[in-house]
Design a protein around this ligand. Structure first.
Ligand code: C5P
Length: 238
């Protein structure tokens, strides 16, 4: 069995809703992402339960604080047994290095968010960042790689140019995926699973197209089929 490259975003406000969905999913076919909403509601016990149920968990809390605080948070997350966690690259080099030291290579995957995709040019100007978003994203991705982290979260539309810039083992984790049915929800710049993989994405974060589906498992099977057709598992270097 190939290792799953689909990460289902559990964007729920309580554990019951999350567990109702995960009972319909298969750990062979997906990993799970727990973000700030669900973690604030359900805490470490839900994370640990899902790990006991056989799922790999990406803890998406985007830590951003002084280096010592972020290192401490990362260490605790790793001790819960999560598969992947993330920090904000805007926290800077010292923070990224401290996080890496707290979660050594080969333990949990440690990735960074570069710029939030909700930030447009105007928002960046407001906070004194006057470059094009693409340039900032590229610089932060390189900083992240130079600090020894395992990858970045990026839009699939950024993945193709980042793939040229970073090494092949550096993971690109891409949200904003839609199944080609014209339903975008609140996502502005979306792409299909197949295009995301072609652009060099290693993992696809997919929320509502799976969580709101009538038959989530069948959508997941289709997604896995697409991913396998686009890139043979032998070329996948996770
Ligand atoms: O439901 P949907 O597929 O839009 O969910 C996408 C998930 O990826 C959500 O959990 C969202 O917070 C997350 N995400 C995103 N865009 C980013 C970073 C994370 O959509 N730039």
């Amino acid at each position: 069995m190939n290792e799953p490259r689909i990460i289902v975003a559990l964007d729920f406000s309580n554990a019951t809703q999350a567990l109702n969905l995960t009972a319909q999913l298969d750990p062979q076919l997906c990993r799970l992402k727990i973000g700030k909403e669900l973690f604030t509601a359900a805490g470490p016990s839900l994370v640990e339960q899902l790990i006991r149920d056989g799922f790999d968990v990406f803890l998406d809390l985007k830590f951003h604080d002084i280096p010592n605080t972020v290192a401490g948070a990362c260490k605790v997350a790793a001790s819960m047994g999560v598969w992947m966690m993330n920090v904000h690259a805007l926290g800077g080099k010292k923070m990224l290095l401290a996080a890496r030291e707290a979660v050594p290579p080969g333990t949990a995957k440690l990735i960074a968010v570069t710029l939030l995709t909700s930030m447009g040019r105007d928002d960046l100007d407001d906070i004194g960042l006057h470059e094009e978003p693409e340039q900032i994203v590229q610089r932060l991705a390189l900083l992240t790689e130079n600090c020894g982290l395992d990858g970045v979260v990026c839009s699939a539309l950024e993945a193709a140019s980042l793939r040229q810039l970073v090494s092949s083992g550096f993971n690109l984790v891409t949200p904003g995926i839609r199944l080609g049915d014209n339903r975008h929800d609140d996502q502005k710049r979306v792409t299909t699973p197949s295009l995301a993989i072609k652009s060099g994405a290693d993992y696809l974060v997919i929320g509502r197209p799976v969580t709101q589906a009538h038959d989530p498992l069948s959508i997941l099977r289709q997604l896995n089929q697409t991913v396998q057709n686009e890139r043979p598992a032998s070329l996948f270097n996770a």
